[in-house]
Design a protein around this ligand. Structure first.
Ligand SMILES: Cc1cc2nc3c(=O)[nH]c(=O)nc-3n(C[C@H](O)[C@H](O)[C@H](O)COP(=O)(O)OP(=O)(O)OC[C@H]3O[C@@H](n4cnc5c(N)ncnc54)[C@H](O)[C@@H]3O)c2cc1C
Length: 473
């Protein structure tokens, strides 16, 4: 058998069922088909550029050439099949609407040509159809979903194929040709914060499981503590597999060496199942990225003030925790989860700007962007998603800051202009006496903004807007 393996959002060799089974069955060719970008390259496109370079190198060590092509996905694969004369094509299942449609079209075209098609699970721990409740319905609430996973058998993760027999090859573009890097280089500073590729992902996990995981459950909400795994961009590009993480986490829980960390590991696996829940929601709601799951939110009276949106994007809202988060995002392509929740809530509730706009900004700037997590994250915050925070729970950006960045370390890291503001006022500099600000070198309206909306007034306005859709239900 001669099999073409199509890489997509699974840029790794370990636990890659499509590649593993192809390598077991005979000769192999590997390809990545890039679809032309519809807009300027985003942070996750830049990440993909480097993850592809890395994958190319890893495959080369196995005597494999990664054939790169760009264009219409179906046409390009069909052309490759004619060039290579493969008997079979392997790929991993997708949960994204557009890609599902393309893969269905490809399957039909290949089957008509008599080429075998095999689709494997390469993204999730379990496929959504495997997880239904007692009434054979899909889960809408996270906690029972998570409990279910704890008891389920998760298929074990596969090793990297030891050898891969190279079949015929075909001409390839270079990674540069794919246009994943913006001609204007804004990305070197972002990339300086990361190591990209499969080896880097595995090393990141090994580091995390030895040290930061020890206090994960308590510390994961504190952005200055840097105690989360930072694996999300690797999971998004597929440089590390969720099943491999699950297997590693579970085996740690069973080992005496890690007994004391068992709750922490469990807490990490729970977050991994939040990822699973996002994909599950996307499977049942293909428009999760654009359409509110709770239909009454379609009539929400958004204000959509453009200037306020730009101030939020730039981290100039006058609320330090939010501004620190938005600047972290712009500088590194990442934002801590707690701060994502608070800054997203501020946009949707205090500013009454529709969540889809926030989704688009995160899509542009996050290195870990993926439709499922971003869609569910925004719908959760806006109160219109599955098992979402109720709309009337409006995060207070000052209290959140006091609670999760008490000493203001995270704020000072990203807002150097507030470096000398005393801890007491770091969460709300506009409440500080004139003299204190003067001593700290802060002049509101000059080097740090006044709040663009008053918290109490913003909260009241948000609840009034919510009343409009409550009445329309
Ligand atoms: C508005 C909003 C938008 C978001 N957009 C994205 C996105 O585009 N891509 C993305 O990967 N995550 C997104 N998240 C979820 C979460 O913020 C990130 O996954 C997390 O911050 C990544 O950091 P980490 O890898 O250190 O997480 P850890 O705490 O180490 O968690 C391990 C893994 O579990 C998964 N995970 C953790 N928290 C969540 C969560 N709340 N929802 C779903 N999966 C989770 C991630 O895959 C993460 O890598 C979003 C959250 C919000 C509130």
């Amino acid at each position: 058998m001669f099999t073409l393996v199509l890489f997509q959002q699974d840029l790794r060799l370990h636990d890659h069922p499509a590649l593993f089974h192809a390598a077991e069955n005979g000769r192999v060719a590997t390809a990545y088909i890039a679809q032309p970008l519809k807009s300027r390259p985003t942070a996750s496109d830049v990440w993909r550029h480097h993850a592809l370079l890395n994958l190319q190198q890893s495959l080369k060590k196995k005597n494999q050439t990664l054939i790169l092509r760009q264009g219409d996905f179906v046409d390009e694969v069909l052309k490759l099949i004619d060039e290579l004369k493969c008997d079979a094509v392997h790929w991993h299942r997708s949960y994204e609407k557009e890609r599902i449609e393309v893969l269905q079209k490809l399957r039909q075209a290949l089957e008509q040509k008599g080429v075998h098609v095999h689709e494997f699970e390469g993204t999730l721990l379990l496929q959504p159809e495997e997880i239904v409740n007692g009434k054979k319905e899909h889960y809408q609430v996270f906690t029972p979903f998570w409990k279910r996973y704890r008891g389920e058998h998760i298929p074990s993760s596969l090793p990297e194929p030891e050898t891969i027999e190279q079949g015929e090859s075909a001409p390839s573009l270079s990674v540069d040709d794919l246009g994943l890097l913006d001609p204007v280089n804004w990305y070197d500073d972002v990339l300086a914060h990361w190591k990209i590729g499969e080896r880097a992902a595995i090393d990141q996990w090994l580091h995390f499981r030895e040290e930061p995981i020890a206090n994960y459950a308590e510390d994961r909400d504190f952005p200055a503590k840097m105690s989360t795994s930072l694996l999300s961009p690797h999971l998004a590009s597929g440089s590390i597999s969720a099943r491999a993480l699950w297997a590693s986490g579970r085996s740690m829980m069973q080992s005496e060496q890690y007994t004391a960390k068992s709750d922490e590991i469990d807490s990490f696996l729970r977050q991994l199942v939040w990822r699973e829940f996002s994909y599950y929601q996307l499977h049942y709601n293909p428009d999760l990225d654009a359409v509110p799951l709770r239909k009454e939110f379609e009539a929400f009276p958004w204000l959509n003030n453009d200037q306020a949106f730009v101030e939020w994007q730039k981290g100039q809202t006058g609320y330090p925790l939010i501004d620190a988060g938005m600047r972290e995002l712009y500088a590194t392509g990442f934002m801590h989860n707690r701060v994502r929740m608070v800054s997203a809530s501020f946009l949707v509730k205090h500013l009454l700007i529709e969540w889809q706009k926030g989704y688009e900004w995160f899509k542009e700037t996050l290195v870990d962007f993926n439709i499922a997590n971003n869609g569910m994250g925004w719908q959760w915050v806006a109160g219109c998603g599955a098992d979402a925070a109720p709309y009337f729970r409006v995060f207070n950006p000052i209290l959140q800051s006091e609670k999760f960045d008490g000493k203001g370390d995270y704020i000072r890291k990203w807002l150097p202009e507030l470096e000398n503001v005393p801890d007491k006022y770091i969460h709300a500099p506009f409440e500080a006496p004139e003299r204190v600000l003067e001593e700290a070198g802060v002049e509101l309206g000059r080097n740090y903004p006044f709040p663009i909306v008053d918290h109490k007034a913003g909260r009241k306005r948000a609840l009034e807007a919510y009343d409009v859709i409550k009445k329309s239900k």
